[in-house]
Unconditional design. Sequence first.
Length: 323
Amino acid sequence: MKLKTLLTIALIGLAGLAGVSAAPIKIAYSDWPGYTVLEVAKQKGWFKDAGLDVDLVWFDYLPSIDAFSAGKVDAVTIVASDALVTGASGGKSKIIALLDYSEGSDMIVGVPGINSIKDLKGKKIGIEVTLVEHMLLLQALKDNGMSQSDVELVNTATDKTPETLASGKVAAIGAWYPISGQALKQVPGSKKLFTSAEAKGLIYDVLAVSPTSYAAHKEEWAKIAAVYYKCVDYLKDPKTADDAVKIMAAKAGADAAEYAKNIPGTHFLTLAEAKAAFKKGPGLDSIYGSMAIGNKFNLDNAVYKESQKPESYLVPGVVKGLK
């Protein structure tokens, strides 16, 4: 009787442990194309095929970061420099995969009559201060022999930039897709003055995982990274690209044809390209170099006080171990 009781207790205990391990891995993602491509894996059942129980949780971008910081999800798709900001405030992460870099979708848009960055001297620019468009603007000014002191920044929520541009109160705005496209449509005659295609690698997007989840599920995270690059291959393959775009556009609530036109603005990294970007170097072709620039930007703009070390976030071994 005693032995039977002990066996029963043991079995109950194992069942409890199985229940804990069976909890899905939660990943927060939002409407940037480099993140939304994960929807392909969800629709195709690729996570299950890999033996994974993954719950993709849809958010707007900033709420997705808040959910990660609050421990409500295991990982978040995020701009690399924003991962530093989140980490500096306590939401540390391990960056296990490089997803993409912006190649035109982030842009500085000028009103009619403003034809270049140099035309912005002494003018007002609507931009969400300390976010990536601010960093892009500084790069644009630097490339044109100017600095932030040459313009006046008007702190503007990114989703409000199209109406701000239309108001005539600013000469230009900074925004990312799809909001950048909305601004161009809303103000006839407006034009792109500078885009992330002129600063490739300045804005990397990554998969940032909580250190606790990464330590507990290293094998699963390697499989998840592999599934991501499978999605990228599916999107890049001419035979399946249309299907991928339809899936992504539907999730983002966009017209597939219009969405397809904007896909080139995001450089989706293949596995081989991600491996190359994980090599240490000072330039924008390396995630280390890019994050060092992001760290300096955050310090210069008092986003945080204590310098963050990119190498303490980056886990190149996951991607480098994939084939």
